[in-house]
Design a protein around this ligand. Sequence first.
Ligand SMILES: [Zn+2]
Length: 287
Amino acid sequence: MKYQPQTKTPVDAKVRRSVPPVVCYPITTLPRPAMDIYAQARENLILQEEITIPPRDAKIFTVPAGHFFRITCPDGPQVGDLNLWCADNLDERFFSGKTRALHGTHVSTGDQLWSNLPHMRPMATLTHDTLDWYGWDEFGGSVHDVIGTRCDPYTNAVLGSEDYHYCCHSNLTRALAADRNISLVQAEPFVHDVLNVFMCTGFTQDTHQYFMKASPVRKGDYLEFFAEIDLLGALSTCPGGDCSSSHSSEAASCFALNVEIYKCESDHLTNWQSPPKSSYPGTHGLK
Ligand SMILES: [Zn+2]
């Protein structure tokens, strides 16, 4: 945050401040997903599996490359925290920060979820978003952010709150440990910054602090993804519920979320290929 300055304002402050910004990563050269292929493929989706995540919990799911999956809101307004890994290599995982740098603070249809370095490839493409009508509200808020990290008991401890064991970080850790048959200590480092599905967030206009407000998600809404690679996913139903007031406690009303996995007819995907890992050789200037 920016507190009361201790440094005298220089005489050319106005000139320095008036320099126009440039976008860090213009995406004019970024290969764009073939949305027409996905649009055709999603016309005939065949439901393969449906997983229900109870309130204040997380579950693991797998999605083969070339399949679709939807995170749906079957009951009441509820936010979900999503982790994604390459199914056969947990070291390759969703890179929230670079996804934000490329696609902005909140994602929607046409954006892609990128994996971490040195892999750096699209893991999934967003193919439908029933909350895309929301756009930006008067507070600068929007849905599905890649700003927040996930609620966790360590931040609670720093802030002096009582221990709470069903934060998204803990839910994701428990779910991954159980699925992989590894200890919590082994699983925890694989849990990473999330896509905040259905969460409505932004930055306050005065202090630029991260804010949340009641999610506009309603029963029947969904966010749909196309799996570009074989995926292992984990979704936590945030203890904040719709995140209108608090999280990291038992205070909020919480609901279940569903994950639906769909197959499409393979002839729709004849012109699609699973993306390779980054072409950068990793030499970093050394021969
Ligand atoms: Zn949470």
